[in-house]
Design a binder for this molecule. Structure first.
Ligand SMILES: Nc1nc2c(ncn2[C@@H]2O[C@H](COP(=O)(O)OP(=O)(O)OP(=O)(O)O)[C@@H](O)[C@H]2O)c(=O)[nH]1
Ligand SMILES: [Mg+2]
Length: 361
């Protein structure tokens, strides 16, 4: 049988006083949605003065969105803003055959699909269930599919929902216990490393952190032109000369609006970052949204309490930009390093920087 790719309609409200790169955010959402295997059929853009508590957008606009989606035979309506559980439920009342999902929901699904290790699977499942709990409407569908599938549809009665909530809560507390165990195992490992100088590669997703890890340490990490290819932390030795070595780690990437419960449940994975002596903040020299990406990185680092760790900006992918862009970046970020992981350009500058910090250790 020929199975059709499911279709998504994006909804991008533009809030007048919000400072973000609107079009870039839409492009990024498209990429996230494609990563989930959905086709993007179109984007509805709308300027908003106020956020409507019932539908985020005005109620007239909400109906219009649902009508348009029905006409286009859409499966998913995807908001580039986070919706409250009430807003999702109100939308479901307008059409129970459509599935509604927001930015956080999309990110959680990608994490869910990419989790491989026991640790990341547990972390993602926890974050996902915490996200779904207040949004439950017809849980049996969901349980039937064994937590597979995403988005929620309206349907059946409250009692079933209550039963399902109880099942979910039980599962959540089990996962929390499991994570505590994983945390303490990690702590033991981390203690063994505490006498070493530790450096972490951090940054936005897909900027080339794993590629740098590979080029620098020859380790066999996953590299993909895909969002959130890495969900686990890898730690390797890196020799920096005179038979000295440090520990270098590669970890999960960040993105704008990374759901809070995801950051919380990835605490043990991100602990290596928190315990670092130096952060190499990897930036994409070819990015068209650099300043917002830096803001995102800084706010995640603050969230995990790593904001006081010394850091160094490293622009990767310089092979993709012209001389003018390099000049511009050098002017704007005089202390930064310019490299290319895939072309092995100026990687020694990274080692030199680490060495400088190491000397003060
Ligand atoms: N042109 C160019 N491409 C690069 C460079 N470094 C990495 N890439 C490509 O960028 C894509 C992402 O690379 P990864 O190393 O997986 O990126 P990451 O930051 O680890 O991404 P996540 O783990 O998904 O957050 C891959 O297709 C790489 O081949 C570079 O210096 N130049
Ligand atoms: Mg990676």
């Amino acid at each position: 049988m020929h199975s059709r790719k499911e279709k998504a309609l994006l909804v991008a409200p533009r809030i007048w006083n919000r400072n973000k790169n609107y079009n870039h955010s839409i492009e990024e959402l498209s990429l996230l949605v494609n990563t989930l295997g959905l086709d993007v059929s179109g984007t509805i853009k709308q300027n908003l003065k106020n956020i409507n508590s019932s539908y985020f957008v005005g109620s007239g606009k909400a109906k219009q969105i649902v009508e348009q989606a029905t006409a286009l035979k859409i499966d998913y309506i995807i908001f580039d803003e986070d919706l409250t559980p009430v807003q999702i439920k109100n939308f479901q009342k307008l059409n129970k055959n459509l599935k509604f999902i927001d930015r956080s929901g999309v990110i959680l699904e990608i994490f869910y699909n990419n989790a491989k290790s026991k640790e990341s699977k547990t972390q993602v499942e926890l974050a996902r269930l915490q996200y779904q709990l207040p949004r439950l409407t017809r849980m049996w569908t969901h349980l039937e599919r064994q937590m597979g599938g995403f988005g929620t549809r309206a349907g059946a009665g409250e009692t079933q929902i209550e039963v399902d909530r109880r099942i979910l809560r039980k599962r959540i507390s089990l996962l929390k216990k499991r994570l505590k165990r994983i945390d303490s195992e990690r702590e033991v490992q981390s203690k063994k490393r505490k006498n070493f100088f530790r450096t972490s590669l951090v940054g936005y997703t897909n900027v080339g952190k794993s590629s740098l890890m590979k080029s620098l340490t020859k380790s066999d990490v996953v590299i993909k032109n895909q969002l959130f290819a890495t969900l686990d932390t890898t730690v390797r030795r890196l020799f920096i000369g005179e038979s000295n070595y440090i520990l270098l780690s590669d970890t999960v990437g960040f993105i704008r609006n990374l759901p809070n419960n995801l950051i919380a449940s990835f605490k043990s994975t991100l602990q290596e970052v928190v315990d670092s002596n130096l952060l190499l903040i990897i930036l994409d020299a070819n990015s068209s949204d650099l300043y917002n990406e830096i803001d995102t990185i800084q706010s995640v680092l603050t969230e995990i309490r790593a904001e006081k760790i010394p850091y160094q900006y490293v622009f990767n992918k310089i092979d993709l930009v012209d001389e003018d862009k390099i000049k511009y970046l050098k002017n704007s970020f005089p202390e930064s390093i310019m490299v290319s992981a895939t072309r092995s350009l100026q990687l020694s500058d990274i080692k030199a920087t680490i060495k400088e910090h190491y000397k003060k250790f």
